[in-house]
Design a protein around this ligand. Structure first.
Ligand SMILES: Nc1ncnc2c1ncn2[C@@H]1O[C@H](COP(=O)(O)OP(=O)(O)OP(=O)(O)O)[C@@H](O)[C@H]1O
Ligand SMILES: [Mg+2]
Length: 233
């Protein structure tokens, strides 16, 4: 069986079925969505699933600090502390404000650390903030490409969360990540009179067959659930 035939389950009820088993192992994929659509929840759920399978995980946060992440995870019933203590998960906060230190960490310390730690799953929340470290489009593109290559070289399966454009919720803020990664999952909300409908769609997933249907999802006390029986369109 080739490596890509092996699948990494997301742990999101309903989604793994849409992916015919999960994300191809070793891929880099992105979960894109507007504020509050559940990107951080998705990333935590993905890592929690790995921890339940005894896989080592790294969460790289550009936004919330470690305590806030642990608290968010706990609100879904995912107790990360025990896994931090047993060195199964590492939460690393990188500061978008300190560009020089962050770029150095990404280029030098992090690849070494990921390999020595033996991470099988990595989540980076969010790549949009990471992209703010560069000013010009060409540099953003090169750095993003370099990051994807770096995590692939470690063999981990990596999720990058990405914000979307205010005027186009189908495109990431920089319009880059969706071209660079192997897979794109889109989270969105649509306003229907006074109700809000949240929906999920697998836009691309290189090298596998997958559903392209738009399915409703909910964020519950135990995380994201895709309602596979439901139809949005
Ligand atoms: N314990 C919970 N139970 C049910 N729903 C929750 C719970 N915690 C958060 N939510 C819902 O999930 C939403 C936030 O999800 P999350 O923080 O993952 O989104 P996000 O896409 O990362 O947002 P941002 O772009 O602001 O970072 C909240 O606005 C709330 O509606
Ligand atoms: Mg978030």
């Amino acid at each position: 069986m080739s490596k890509e035939d092996e699948r990494v389950t997301t742990g999101i009820e309903g989604l793994d079925g849409m992916l015919n088993g999960g994300i191809p192992k070793g891929h880099v994929y992105t979960v894109m969505g507007s504020f509050g659509t559940g990107k951080t929840t998705f990333a935590l759920q993905y890592l929690w699933e790995g921890l339940q399978r005894d896989e080592k995980c790294i969460y790289i946060s550009l936004e919330e600090d470690k305590d806030a992440i642990v608290t968010t995870a706990r609100s879904y019933g995912w107790d990360l502390e025990q896994y931090i203590d047993s060195e199964k998960v590492v939460i690393e906060k990188l500061s978008p404000a300190d560009a020089e230190a962050t770029i150095h960490k990404l280029k030098s310390d992090l690849p070494r650390f990921i390999k020595s730690f033996g991470a099988e799953r990595i989540a980076i929340d969010s790549v949009s903030l990471l992209n703010m470290l560069s000013e010009d489009q060409q540099q953003k593109r090169e750095r993003l490409f370099g990051l994807c290559q770096m995590v692939k070289d470690t063999g981990a399966t990596t999720l990058l969360t990405a914000e979307v454009k205010d005027d186009n919720p189908r495109s990431s803020r920089d319009g880059l990540v969706e071209y660079t990664v192997d897979g794109v999952i889109l989270l969105r909300y649509d306003f229907d009179s006074d109700d809000v409908q949240t929906s999920i769609q697998v836009i691309k997933m290189r090298r596998i067959q997958h559903s392209r249907s738009v399915k409703p999802y909910e964020i519950t006390d135990s995380g994201i659930k895709v309602l596979t029986e439901g139809a949005v369109f």
